[in-house]
Design a protein around this ligand. Structure first.
Ligand SMILES: Cc1cc2nc3c(=O)[nH]c(=O)nc-3n(C[C@H](O)[C@H](O)[C@H](O)COP(=O)(O)O)c2cc1C
Length: 390
């Protein structure tokens, strides 16, 4: 089974991610992994931290001579900012007068709930681990999952469909998303340049007022075969697994698959995707007039593009902070402020691509198995043939 977890603190020495369960013999393109990490760092509205960090993947184990060898993969990402934090956040006891307290919890962040849970008297350690810098580690292992999926012909990308009140009304096609993601300049990763300019104004507005802004990204998985996930157990449903994976990202507060939200307000005839058949077309030849289901029916991929949206709340660290309470005195004070992003919708989309890729790779390996890529690809091609002969 494909398993992964991350280990790090935001201002600690490094981020480390572990991934086990990839078959042996998968080509590892490090340039691709680093580009994914670069993509996560982009976007208009990021804070000063992203100017300091230049994330690159340093693989410690599990890859030799450019290919996976089936042993667990450990990836290390250096934290450049560590040099400024060695005295404030030492592993040893250190000089306690140099510790940097987070004295008043930020509404919307993990500070208060985390301090209460772990019995910390202030929120420094909470901030360090709850911070979404962690998503860089997920992007590193997600890139490896993407490389596996590519061998199966599956690609995963994202684009931004809303920032604040500005949103894209039409469906953005796969080629448009591909073209957008191939570019080397990222403003808000929106495929419509006019709407993107309006999104930029939304960010400018909150930059001026010391506020923050949320939005919506959409992740699209292209060329996914029918048959990933299953309805036979609640926790094996693909929709449930994808929703959990995307929701696990910091600041994502709602997840929608296909036209999930508007479908709730429409009659069945306007929602469900009628079925046709064209001999020789993709997979088993069954076609759809539209894709309101977002590529999943009954918890199983149905051969259409998987489309999943994440709804992001605005960032909770505000330059003009909200009201809070001092941890020590319990007196009313303004919430703590520390260098922060004001808009992260494009970056969250890239992190969500990683989560979607890891979920699909896990499902694909459950379906096809294989200890080596030769075996996995043979099983996958066999399954595709079975679909063709259906
Ligand atoms: C890519 C990304 C970057 C983020 N950057 C910040 C940030 O700079 N400041 C901040 O307060 N929150 C930031 N967040 C959101 C917080 O990490 C998140 O709100 C916090 O951990 C509490 O978790 P919750 O919002 O899921 O409840 C970011 C989220 C993402 C996805």
């Amino acid at each position: 089974m494909l398993k992964y977890f991350t280990s790090w603190e935001s201002h600690g020495e490094a981020l480390v991610a572990f991934l086990s369960g990839l078959p042996a013999g998968l080509l590892v393109d490090l340039e691709f992994v680093d580009r994914e990490l670069w993509r996560r760092q982009q976007g208009y509205g990021r804070g000063g931290r992203m100017k300091i960090e230049r994330d690159t993947a340093h693989i410690l184990s599990g890859v030799r001579h450019g290919k996976t060898i089936a042993s667990p993969i450990a990836v290390l990402l250096e934290n450049r900012d560590w040099k400024n934090w060695q005295e404030q956040l030492p592993v040893e006891t250190g000089d306690t007068s140099k510790h940097k307290r987070v004295a008043s919890p930020r509404p919307g962040h993990a500070d208060l709930a985390g301090a209460l849970k772990y019995n910390f008297r202030e929120a420094r350690y909470v901030l360090e681990r709850a911070s979404a810098r962690e998503s860089a580690a997920r992007v590193a292992v997600g890139a490896l999952a993407k490389l596996l999926l590519r061998e199966l012909g599956i690609d995963v990308l994202s684009h931004v469909i809303a920032v604040g009140k500005t949103n894209v009304e039409r469906e953005i096609s796969w080629p448009e998303i591909q073209a957008r993601c191939a570019k080397d300049e990222v403003l808000l990763n929106c495929a419509d340049p006019q709407i993107e300019a309006q999104m930029q104004e939304e960010v400018d507005k909150v930059l001026r007022t010391g506020d923050s802004v949320g939005g919506v990204f959409e992740v699209v998985a292209h060329n996914v075969p029918p048959g990933l996930g299953t309805y036979v157990q609640w926790d094996e449903r693909l929709d449930a697994r994808l929703a959990g994976a995307v929701m696990s990202l910091q600041a994502v507060k709602a997840v929608e698959i296909g036209a999930g939200v508007t479908a709730a307000y429409a009659p069945g005839s306007a929602v469900h995707d009628e079925i046709g058949y064209t001999s020789g077309s993709k997979f088993a030849g069954f076609t759809r007039t539209r894709n309101n289901a977002g590529g999943i029916e009954g918890g199983v991929s149905n051969g259409q593009e998987i489309r999943i949206r994440g709804y992001l709340k605005p960032i909770s660290t505000l330059r003009r902070p909200l009201q809070s309470v001092d941890f020590a005195t319990r007196e009313p004070v303004k919430a703590a402020y520390e260098r922060s992003d004001v808009c992260v919708v494009p970056a969250a989309g890239v992190a969500a691509e990683a989560m979607v890729a890891l979920t699909l790779a896990r499902c694909a390996l459950e379906k096809c198995g294989g200890d080596s890529m030769t075996e996995t690809l043979r099983n996958y091609q066999d399954y595709c043939q079975q679909l063709k002969n259906f």
